[in-house]
Design a protein around this ligand. Structure first.
Ligand SMILES: *Cc1c(COP(=O)(O)O)cnc(C)c1O
Length: 378
């Protein structure tokens, strides 16, 4: 069996360090925020080339508080993509603002900068590009548009810890960067976690208050805030894991290179790493018009796959109130129908990549009619 992700393999490789770190928090009883979280904020901000890091309880909260710090609220609009995890749009919705979608570039599954300008109105306050699958969005043109129109750029970097755009780390590419430490992310807590990175002392100060009941100091609540604090145990676990992230990322990139090589010339559409990107392969997604059949056939051979994501946000029932219709974002809609995520985690071996590729190639060649359809789809 080849799992889609394997958190147990990674835990086994760092078990003594992690267990000792958790024991340390238990001994100190610094269960929420505290010294481990404060140290992790500094270490992760530096790792992401940002001056400040503010740790929170989830990636969703990071986005929510970044938007509030940017002054986004009721009546405002925030531009993002529909081809993302629902949290990106939910965070906008929490502020009372309206998510306004623009299509993706089908080459790289991230925001098409050429689509942004037409979506700007006098109500637009911010743009949230999503570094989907671990590849940065094309940030230079997005930033240029934002500057021209006085908009705040908030990176959704939940899938892209350590990724780079033209040699610069995500989390330092916009006004604020938002990360998730959900267990399955490239840097995962043993529970939930998130962080906002920024160079702005003003944004950092506001987010620090908002995550802890809007308090400037204890019981002095100057803002209507939230309980979005990171737990001490998560800070300690993440501090143990961060020094391994470079090697884990290289292992993901090696696995992706195996897939690229094994599937090259097969007609199967593999992901495109853009020349500007250091891609960290949170997800390795191929495209196929026969996704359901392929997923089932792979499952029968003991190979688990995923779909990120089967419905673009503008067509989710939860966001029907926005009034979007099918056909408005054709690239996002096509991607939602065709993407299939192959097993991907740092401990994935070359032999496992070969097994996955063999299974895929046999699917492609077993049925001449299917092979023809594949060729037509390219
Ligand atoms: C995981 C994820 C989030 C939300 O992070 P949580 O920690 O699960 O709240 C937001 N955006 C994207 C693109 C994600 O993948």
């Amino acid at each position: 069996m080849i799992p889609f992700v394997d958190l147990k393999a990674q835990y086994q490789s760092i078990k003594p360090e992690v267990n000792a770190a958790i024991q340390g928090v238990l001994d100190s009883c610094a269960f929420t925020l505290g010294p481990e979280v404060a140290a992790f904020e500094q270490e992760f901000a530096a790792y992401s080339s940002a001056r400040q890091g503010i740790a929170v309880n989830t990636g969703t909260s990071a986005l929510h508080l970044a938007l509030l710090a940017a002054g986004v609220g009721r009546g405002d609009e925030v531009i993002t993509v529909p081809f993302t995890f629902v949290a990106t749009a939910s965070a906008i919705d929490y502020t009372g603002a309206r998510p306004v979608f623009v299509d993706i570039d089908p080459q790289n599954f991230t925001m098409d900068p050429k689509a942004v300008e037409a979506a700007i109105t006098e109500r637009t306050k911010a743009i949230i590009p999503v570094h989907l699958y671990g590849q940065p969005a094309d940030m230079d043109p997005i930033r240029a548009i934002a500057e021209r129109h006085g908009l705040v750029v908030i990176e959704d970097a939940a899938q892209a810890h350590r990724a780079e755009y033209k040699g610069h780390r995500v989390g330092s590419l916009g006004d604020m960067g938002c990360f998730s430490f959900y267990p399955g992310k490239n840097l995962g807590a043993y529970g939930e976690g998130g962080m906002v990175t920024t160079d702005s002392p003003a944004y950092a100060r506001t987010i620090r208050m908002l995550r802890d009941w809007g308090a400037e100091k204890k019981y002095h609540h100057v803002l209507k805030g939230y309980n979005f604090r990171m737990e001490g145990i998560q800070g300690a676990v993440l501090r143990v894991k961060l020094p391994h992230l470079d090697a884990w990322t290289e292992s993901r990139r090696t696995a992706a290179a195996h897939y690229d090589r094994l599937l090259a010339g097969s007609g199967i559409v593999t992901p495109k790493a853009m020349p500007y990107a250091y891609h960290v392969y949170h997800v390795y997604a191929i495209r196929t018009p026969h996704r359901a059949a392929w997923q089932e056939a792979l499952q029968a051979k003991g190979i688990q796959t995923g779909i990120h994501y089967p419905t673009p946000v503008h067509l989710l029932p939860a966001f029907a109130d926005l009034g979007y219709r099918e056909g408005q974002f054709p690239h996002a809609e096509a991607a939602s129908r065709e993407v299939l995520s192959l097993p991907m985690y740092p401990e994935l071996t070359e032999a496992q990549c070969e097994e996955v590729a063999r299974a895929l190639l046999s699917l492609r060649t077993n049925d001449p009619a299917e092979a023809k359809l594949m060729a037509n789809a390219l």
